[in-house]
Design a protein around this ligand. Structure first.
Ligand code: NAD
Length: 351
C-alpha cells in the first residue's frame, strides 16, 4: 500500500493514540490534534506530528489538516452521563467540533473521512442494536453523535468525499483516562481499588455491558480507511458476547487485585440504560472483526498500565452546568476525592 498521510483528531486520547501507533507501524505518516480536555500527553506516540489545537479553532484545524488523504475523527467529549448535566460543554465538542472537522476535510480535498460515533445513537431501540435501526438517542451525547453523523453524510455526499461511521462501544485498555470521575467505569474501579478505596456503583449495579479490549478493535477501525465496502456505511465496532453486570465487573477487578470489596451504592443516573449491546455481524462480515482478548486478560493489562503509571487522585476538571437533585452525588459532592482531600476542602471553606 502506498504511504498515506493520515490525520487523527483526539490523538492524545485512548482510541486516537492506539490508531496512530497502528498506522505508524504500517509506515504511514500521522498528523494529529488534541485540545487536551481529556487524554494524556504521554499517549501521543513518538512520530506523530502533534498539534495542540481544538477542533473548534477552524482556521488552525484547516491548516494542520493540509495534505491529509484520510481523516479519523476521534476527538470528542465522550461523556454520556455528564451530557445530561453539562450539555453545552459536551455538545460543543461533539456537534461543533465534528462539523469543523468535516468542513476542514472537504476544504482540504481529503479522500475519506472516518467518524467515531457511539452506541448512544441507538438509545431506546431494542437490543441487540443493528446498523439498520433508526437511531433513537436519549441524551445530548447520543443526540449530538447522531447529528454529527448526519452532517458528515450530508456534506460528504454534497461535495464528493467518502465517509464511514464507526460505532464503538465500551472499549477498555491501557491509555484510557483513569483519573476522570465522569466516565470509564473499569478504569475508575481500578484506580480507586489501587488506592485502597471502595468503588461507587450507580443504582443497583445490575446494568449489563459488553466490554471490548482495544487491540481487537484497532484492526477493523484501521480497515475503514481502505476497504471499499465500508464506504457510506455505519458499522458497529466491538463484541457481542461476554456480558457482565457492573457488580460483576467490580468483583472481577477486586479478585484480580486481591482487594477486599465492599462496593458503595449510590443513586442511579438519569437516562442510563440497563442493557445496551450491539450486533457485531456487519463488522465480522465487512471488516473481519474478531474478539480475541478475554475480559480478564484485558483488565489485567489495564491494571498493569495504571499500576506502572501510578494510581492518581481524581480531578473534577469539568464544570456541572446543571446542579439539582438529579445530579449524581459522586459528582455534586466530589465523592471520588480522597477523604483527606475532602477534609482539607472543608477546612479551607471554613477558614
Ligand atoms: N472508548 C469507547 O469505548 C468509545 C465508545 C463509544 C464511542 N467512542 C468514541 O470514540 C472516540 C474516541 O474515544 P476515546 O475513548 O478515545 O475518548 P478519549 O476521551 O480518550 O479521547 C478523545 C480525545 O479528544 C480530545 N478532544 C475532545 N474535544 C476536543 C476538541 N474540541 N478538539 C480537539 N480535541 C478534543 C480529548 O482531549 C481526548 O484526548 C470518541 O468520539 C468517542 O465518543 C469511544
Amino acid at each position: 500500500m502506498t504511504k498515506q498521510r493520515i490525520f487523527i483528531s483526539g490523538v492524545a486520547g485512548f482510541l486516537g493514540s492506539h490508531l496512530a501507533d497502528a498506522f505508524l507501524a504500517d509506515g504511514h505518516e500521522v498528523v494529529g490534534n488534541d485540545s487536551m480536555i481529556g487524554g494524556y500527553y504521554d499517549n501521543v506516540p513518538a512520530g506523530v506530528d502533534f498539534h495542540e489545537v481544538d477542533c473548534n479553532e477552524f482556521d488552525r484545524l484547516k491548516e494542520i489538516m493540509q495534505g491529509a488523504d484520510i481523516v479519523y475523527h476521534c476527538a470528542a467529549t465522550a461523556y454520556e452521563g455528564l451530557s445530561v448535566f453539562s450539555p453545552h460543554l459536551v455538545t460543543q465538542n461533539i456537534v461543533g467540533a465534528s462539523t469543523a472537522m468535516v468542513s476542514a476535510a472537504i476544504a482540504n480535498k481529503c479522500r475519506r473521512f472516518v467518524m467515531c460515533s457511539s452506541m448512544a445513537r441507538y438509545g431506546t431501540n431494542p437490543v441487540p442494536f443493528t446498523e439498520d435501526m433508526t437511531p433513537k438517542p436519549q441524551d445530548p451525547y447520543g443526540i449530538g453523535k447522531y447529528a454529527a453523523e448526519q452532517i458528515l453524510q450530508n456534506l460528504a455526499e454534497t461535495h464528493g468525499m467518502e465517509w464511514v461511521v464507526a460505532v464503538p462501544h465500551n472499549i477498555i485498555g491501557p491509555r484510557q483516562k483513569y483519573d476522570d470521575p465522569y466516565r470509564n467505569v473499569a478504569s475508575i474501579f481500578i484506580n480507586l481499588m489501587l488506592q485502597g478505596r471502595q468503588p461507587y456503583i450507580y443504582g443497583d449495579g445490575n446494568q449489563m455491558r459488553c466490554f471490548s479490549f482495544v487491540s481487537d478493535d484497532i484492526a477493523p477501525l484501521k480497515k475503514m480507511a481502505f476497504e471499499q465496502s465500508a464506504v457510506g456505511q455505519v458499522i458497529n465496532i466491538g463484541p457481542d458476547d461476554e456480558f457482565v453486570t457492573i457488580n460483576e465487573l467490580a468483583v472481577i477487578i477486586a479478585r484480580l487485585l486481591n482487594f477486599d470489596l465492599e462496593s458503595k451504592y449510590t443513586g442511579g443516573r438519569p437516562q442510563e440504560v440497563m442493557l445496551a449491546n450491539c450486533s457485531a455481524d456487519k463488522a465480522r462480515r465487512l471488516l473481519g472483526f474478531e474478539a480475541k482478548v478475554k475480559l480478564e486478560q484485558g483488565l489485567l493489562e489495564m491494571i498493569d498500565y495504571i499500576r506502572t503509571r501510578g494510581p492518581r487522585p481524581f480531578t473534577y476538571h469539568l464544570d456541572l452546568e446543571i446542579l439539582n437533585e438529579k445530579t449524581p452525588e459522586t459528582w455534586a459532592k466530589h465523592l471520588f476525592l480522597s477523604q483527606e482531600r475532602t477534609e482539607a476542602a472543608k477546612f479551607l471553606k471554613a477558614a
